[in-house]
Design a binder for this molecule. Structure first.
Ligand SMILES: *Cc1c(COP(=O)(O)O)cnc(C)c1O
Length: 388
């Protein structure tokens, strides 16, 4: 018996998918397995040097050792604003930006700003788990809508029953998409804004992979949509763009009303991002274009290698135009967990079972392109030898 029972909310949650994956990996390693790890979407590249230098300098300035302001330094918010203008041609002032301790933090806290008990959010499946869990922690409920392969993993917003649309306070979107690797174009975002205005809810667009794009594709921002700024908030992250997952830095940008509410929630929970980390973020956002180009080229090379390997193994997938994920269909009759288990047992290859991303993820596994090119050849050979 525990000393004190955890809350119903916490007890009701499954183990966060990656915690389970870490346990399985640790077990296989103990048995002496030589693993090739396509599991967790954590870049294996180092943070670019010019960002380290900016951090190093800022680290030594005593004024940065104090409590930051919870909304973020004005200079960081201005850099985010400049980035949005350069990359997406949208003008959003720094008053419409709030710094985040990684975008996960902001996404998880945003529902606290708007949901009363029983209030509804619209959440895709498969999806990053935080949309549903953030809703749950805020006392809300989620209507789960499917992302289907035949629609390019875009939601069919017309198929969401009117009653749920009108009750909803927010719609979560994530393009480029984790885990499916799907992308959307501006017309889809226009449609989301149209629905938001008609049914009166926030569009919460998670743009964590906005910069991880290939073949000349560039993902749009929902703030490019006319009127988007009135009904949308977009979450950006430096984690995947600049190999900064450990630094914990992101920002939200969009409706001033939504940004103010999120800043109010945060001012009551955390005290903001270490200012030296924000200084590093300013350097990244202002001077990172070359680093972004290199990052894209590296992932694109790996993507092409993995695509060949999967072709040779006879597996079906969508070749991603963005993100570093491959969403691969399991052969008929084999579940996500079985397939992930077989890859681990037969080939020492770690992947994430799709079922960890919600019921619609069953029947898929996810490969993250976080394996070095030098190991990719070995991975390709192992995949070719699979017997499923
Ligand atoms: C990685 C990821 C994030 C969050 O990253 P942070 O490190 O918290 O900024 C958000 N959404 C999706 C879909 C992700 O994959």
């Amino acid at each position: 018996m525990p000393w004190i029972d955890p809350s119903d909310k916490i007890k009701g949650l499954p183990v966060y998918p990656f915690v389970k994956l870490e346990q399985i990996k640790a077990e296989a390693k103990k048995q002496g397995k030589d693993l090739i790890d396509f599991g967790i979407g954590d870049p294996d590249f180092a943070t670019p040097d010019f960002i380290l230098k900016a951090m190093d300098q800022a680290l030594r300035a005593p004024e940065n050792h104090k409590y930051p302001t919870s909304a973020g330094m004005m200079s960081f918010r201005e850099a985010a604003s400049r980035f949005m203008e350069r990359r997406f041609k949208v003008k959003v002032g720094p008053e419409k930006v709030v710094a985040l301790i990684g975008s996960k933090e902001g996404i998880a806290h945003f529902p606290l700003g708007y949901l009363n008990p029983g209030d509804l959010t619209l959440v895709p499946s498969p999806a990053y788990p935080v949309y549903r869990i953030g809703t749950l922690f805020a006392g809300g409920e989620s209507y789960i809508f499917p992302l289907k392969e035949e629609l390019g993993f875009l939601p069919d917003l017309d198929a969401i029953p009117k009653g749920f649309l009108s009750r909803a306070k927010m719609l979560f979107l994530n393009y480029p998409n984790n885990p499916t690797g799907a992308v959307c174009d501006l017309s889809f975002l226009e449609k989301a804004v149209y629905y938001a205005k008609k049914s009166h809810f926030w569009v919460v667009q998670d743009a964590a992979y906005s910069e991880v794009c290939f073949d000349g594709y560039l993902s749009p921002s929902i703030l490019e949509v006319k009127g988007g700024e009135e009904c949308a908030i977009e979450f950006h992250s430096l984690s995947k763009t600049f190999n900064m997952t450990g630094w914990r830095l992101g920002f939200a940008v969009g409706s001033k009303e939504a940004i103010d509410t999120l800043a109010k929630v945060k001012s009551n929970i955390d005290s903001g991002v270490f200012q030296a980390v924000q200084a590093a973020g300013i350097a990244a956002l202002d001077q990172g274009d070359q680093a972004i180009r290199e990052m894209r080229q590296r992932y694109q090379r790996r993507r092409d290698l993995l695509a060949d390997a999967l072709d040779q193994a006879g597996l079906k997938y969508l070749k991603p135009k963005a993100t570093f994920y491959f969403w691969v269909k399991t052969p008929k009759g084999i579940s996500s967990e079985q397939m992930a288990g077989a890859l681990l047992d037969q080939a020492g290859i770690v992947v994430a079972p799709g079922s960890g991303y919600g019921p619609e993820g069953e029947g898929y596994i996810r490969f993250a392109l976080v394996v070095k090119e030098s190991l990719m050849e070995e991975a390709v050979n192992r995949l070719k030898g699979l017997d499923l």
